[in-house]
Design a protein around this ligand. Structure first.
Ligand SMILES: NC(=O)c1ccc[n+]([C@@H]2O[C@H](COP(=O)([O-])OP(=O)(O)OC[C@H]3O[C@@H](n4cnc5c(N)ncnc54)[C@H](OP(=O)(O)O)[C@@H]3O)[C@@H](O)[C@H]2O)c1
Length: 529
């Protein structure tokens, strides 16, 4: 796992292996907005091997030079390149860049691609002829491209994890969504695993690349004080929130097929749940970490028609405003049916039936067009016995709380009670208590923003570390949990409407109120930060 700390800070990350990165869907939204900025920053930090080569595959009319220019334009319009593009770094990224034009459904394209790879590799030693394929294309094309690559020998299969590490290696990065239900995910896995071995497959969930998510494991297992409390004995409940202010951003067609349960719960929220609740792995190896995550997902209580009604609240955003700007309802978005029943918000109560967590509710929520863009894990501890304090004080005493802020304003805050200063109420039951907090902030303590997820994930794929990628059984286990929920949403009535710019439908609050709890406020202001 490449040590992801802010650029220029102490820890040095490992340089990627010599390789040719074949970016399929080279001029799509993801490539422009996320992948080129990430590759560029790796070039800035000197983490691309001197033999790194980029091949773009697309159907738009370009040649090598105009493709390089298009990359430059993408970088110029990107927000996170850290300032004007450095020509030396740009040269490192685009040195010997090649463009392969064609339609991905056209078999002849793969012959051209193969020839291009051979010409690039003709000048490098055999064990440096490594190939990393990134499928930044609509999921409907994943299989077609995989068939094309393996049919022309562009992507040979390796048989063991060791072989997959040694050069020349071939690896495949596959974007989310991985399937749209358990059956299609299994079919995709089967098709992939007939052509590649598992160690060659890198299924992306960019949340796993976030430093703040990786830090959950470090926070839990590198500090002795938290693990002893990390269980049903001390924790009353856990909230996992992934809130977006954006709407479907022109991806109505895709979103009508997916909805929030497939788009966010099956991957990001299940990964956050597994990372937060898993047992300590034997080692920090990819296999050990992923074994524990799968074990945790297998302990998640499954949903049936009755428990779905009791534990799932769905919503769909209506008109409203975001940061003072009026926004349309989901049903009025392009490529969305006016009577769409697609949920853009979901809140879910989950139980993990194992020794550590029995009886502790996990509340998961995610939605679009909400009041704030925030991803956070809030751990609410059980109340301290109130016997020492008069009733008035007891009722206002807040339980201790740990907030792991994944984004923005990354950091960790511990909330606890303290004596409000004032000698007159010295050590006596009458002393006044006040909620205070201790805070770790990446910005303040590491002197900069955490490394963006795609940078870490691309580098890890180049060095052959799959710890931060989802394994086939993880993906399938997550679908096993989400499938009945998504099917119920598909078959159910139109979700409850909520105004854009709010915290979601009232039924989401009811889910916690029934258990005597309430959601941690979405907005920084409301959360007192
Ligand atoms: N965008 C994101 O922020 C984001 C985030 C997470 C995951 N993802 C995933 O990443 C993948 C790519 O998403 P995206 O948003 O980048 O999609 P996109 O903007 O549609 O990009 C896909 C690219 O593939 C090209 N393409 C499509 N069909 C082709 C064909 N038959 N032959 C040749 N080229 C073809 C498209 O060219 P045309 O323009 O000519 O169609 C387009 O440039 C998807 O699986 C998506 O779920 C995206």
């Amino acid at each position: 796992m490449s040590a992801p700390v802010a650029s220029g800070a102490v820890a040095r990350r490992e340089t990627g292996d010599d390789c040719t990165l074949v970016l399929v869907g080279a001029l799509g939204d993801l490539a422009r907005r996320k992948l080129y900025p990430a590759l560029y920053r790796l070039a800035v930090d000197g983490l691309l091997s001197p033999r790194f080569r980029l091949v773009g595959v697309e159907r738009l009319p370009h040649d090598d030079a105009s493709y390089a220019k298009a990359i430059g334009e993408a970088l110029a319009s990107a927000t996170d390149t850290g300032g004007p593009v450095d020509p030396a770094a740009f040269e490192r990224l685009t040195r010997g860049v090649r463009y392969v034009r064609g339609d991905l459904t056209d078999a002849s394209l793969y012959g051209t691609l193969c020839a291009t790879l051979e010409s690039i590799e003709s000048t490098v030693p055999t064990d440096s002829r490594n190939r990393l394929f990134y499928l930044a294309i609509p999921p409907s094309l994943f299989l077609r491209v995989v068939e094309g690559l393996s049919s022309c020998g562009a992507a040979p299969r390796t048989h063991t994890a060791e072989e997959a590490q040694q050069g020349p290696w071939t690896r495949l990065i596959i974007e989310k969504p991985f399937g749209r239900d358990l059956a299609s995910a299994r079919a995709l896995n089967t098709a992939l695993l007939t052509r590649f071995s598992e160690p060659q497959l890198y299924r992306i969930d960019h949340y796993l690349g976030k430093e703040t998510v990786q830090n959950i494991l470090a926070f839990r297992f590198a500090n002795a004080i938290f693990e002893p409390l990390w269980n049903r004995g001390s924790i009353a409940h856990i909230q996992i929130t992934v809130a977006e202010t954006v709407g479907v951003e022109g991806r109505g067609g895709y979103y009508e097929e997916a909805g929030v349960l497939r788009d966010m719960f099956q991957n990001h929220l299940m990964q956050l749940l597994a990372t937060t609740a898993m047992e300590p792995p034997g080692t920090m190896s990819a296999a050990a970490v992923r074994d524990e995550k799968v074990k945790l997902l297998r302990a998640v209580r499954h949903f049936d028609a009755v428990s779905i009604a009791e534990n799932l609240a769905l919503g769909q955003y209506g008109t409203g405003s975001i940061d003072g700007t009026p926004v349309p309802a989901y049903a009025a978005e392009p490529s969305v049916k006016p009577d769409s029943r697609t949920p853009t918000f979901a809140a879910l109560r989950v139980f993990v039936d194992n020794w550590r967590w029995e009886g502790v509710p996990f509340y998961l929520r995610s939605g679009k067009r909400l009041a704030d863009r925030v991803s956070e894990i809030v751990i609410r501890f059980r109340r301290a016995p109130g016997v020492l304090w008069p009733a008035a004080e007891r009722d206002t005493m807040r339980p201790n709380q740990l907030a792991l802020r994944i984004q923005p304003d990354e950091g960790i805050t511990l909330g606890f009670q303290a004596k409000r200063p004032g000698a007159e109420l010295a050590l006596s039951p009458e002393m006044e208590l006040a909620p205070v907090s201790m805070r770790f902030s990446y910005e303040r303590d590491f002197g900069g923003q955490p490394v963006p997820a795609y940078e870490t994930l691309l580098l890890d794929a180049m060095i052959g570390d799959a710890t931060l990628f989802a394994r086939s059984d993880e993906v399938e286990q997550a679908w096993t949990i989400v499938d009945p929920l998504a099917a119920a949403a598909d078959a159910g009535p139109r979700p409850e409407l909520y105004a854009a710019g709010t915290s979601g439908p009232p039924s989401a609050a009811d889910l916690l109120a029934r258990d005597g709890f309430a959601w941690h406020p979405l907005t920084l202001a409301a959360a007192g930060r």
